[in-house]
Ligand binder design. Structure first.
Ligand code: SAM
Length: 293
């Protein structure tokens, strides 16, 4: 049986064959541990009638493990130097299509819709480039794509912020933004030693189980997220100060006071203590004055 791509010796052999040099600016840290790759694929929960979309296949380590499990794999890689490498390393897998594209610019929705015609369920996976983790995740979540879940390797601190609950120091606008679209849980913490080159920080595998509908009712999503972001603008300040200075403006002090009262929320609390339900309530009340801000 041929050696799997993710073994340290096979990875080095591929890198040497192509004289590949890592680009830090593209977040290139390749995984060299088949067990961890399998934990990602396991968490994605897809079977032989299903499909997977991968972000940033690199030399194909994770792509290979996905291709063994599911019917169809669509992968997006930005680095043109890796396209001939992937054609070589994945030549045994006829169920893989590589798209030479920036996932932030690609029309992933059309690719996923196309895949849905051939498969039962779909999931998105990736060992994400750390420099664009949040934009990639938010783009995919906001599009409400036809996927069951996303399982991604990201920086441990970012995973903690995404999965954080109210009252914790990690809880903030990113936690609310992500949890509005998905139920988030950390699958495992991953040490630096399973990558080449070794990154400076630890990583975590995060599973985002996409919701069929949001957990709270908001009158206008954009407005809700603006209120949330403004509430965390300065973490040490009260929600009153943050919303007054960063959202409604001093001329609208009375409207703000009336909104807190109507939403039954103490304005002296800090944003990090409010649940998503409380933010929804506050933003719905504020929305009535929205045209004034
Ligand atoms: N999946 C491989 C692995 O686990 O070994 C590589 C993971 S590496 C952390 C991230 C990969 O994403 C690199 O191959 C990099 O070139 C690619 N990448 C970076 N930015 C990207 C973007 N905007 N769109 C698509 N791929 C990107």
């Amino acid at each position: 049986m041929p050696k799997e791509i993710a073994t340290p010796s096979k990875t080095r052999e591929i890198l040497d064959k192509y004289g590949f040099s890592f680009k830090k600016s593209l977040g290139q840290n390749f995984l060299i541990d088949v067990n961890i790759l399998n934990r990602i694929v396991d968490a994605a929960g897809m079977g032989e009638a299903d499909g997977m979309m991968e972000i940033g296949p690199g030399i194909g380590a994770l792509t290979e493990q996905c291709a063994k499990r599911v019917k169809q794999v669509e992968a997006f890689e930005i680095d043109g130097r890796l396209i001939p490498v992937l054609e070589d390393t994945l030549s045994a897998y006829t169920n893989v299509t590589i798209h030479h594209e920036d996932v932030l610019k690609a029309d992933v929705e059309t690719v996923l819709q196309g895949m849905r015609k051939n498969v039962h369920e779909t999931a998105i996976v990736g060992n994400l480039p750390y420099y664009v983790t949040t934009p990639i995740l938010m783009k995919l979540l906001e599009q409400k794509l036809p996927v069951a879940r996303m399982v991604v390797m990201i920086q441990k601190e970012v995973a903690e912020r995404i999965a954080a609950k109210p009252g914790s120091k990690e809880y903030g606008s990113l936690s609310i933004a992500a949890q509005y679209y998905a139920d988030a849980r950390t699958v495992m913490i991953v040490p630096k030693t399973v990558f080449i080159p070794k990154p400076k920080v630890d990583s975590a595998v995060l599973c985002l189980e996409l919701r069929q509908s949001p957990p709270v009712h908001v009158k206008e999503e954009t407005f809700f997220f603006q209120v949330v972001r403004a509430s965390f603008a300065q973490r040490r300040k009260t929600i009153w100060n943050n919303l007054l200075n960063n959202f409604v403006g001093k001329d609208n002090k009375e409207h703000l006071a009336a909104s807190f009262e109507q939403a039954k929320i103490n304005p002296q609390r800090r944003g990090e203590t409010l649940s998503m339900e409380e933010f929804a309530e506050l933003s719905n009340v504020l929305h009535e004055y929205g045209s004034l801000f």
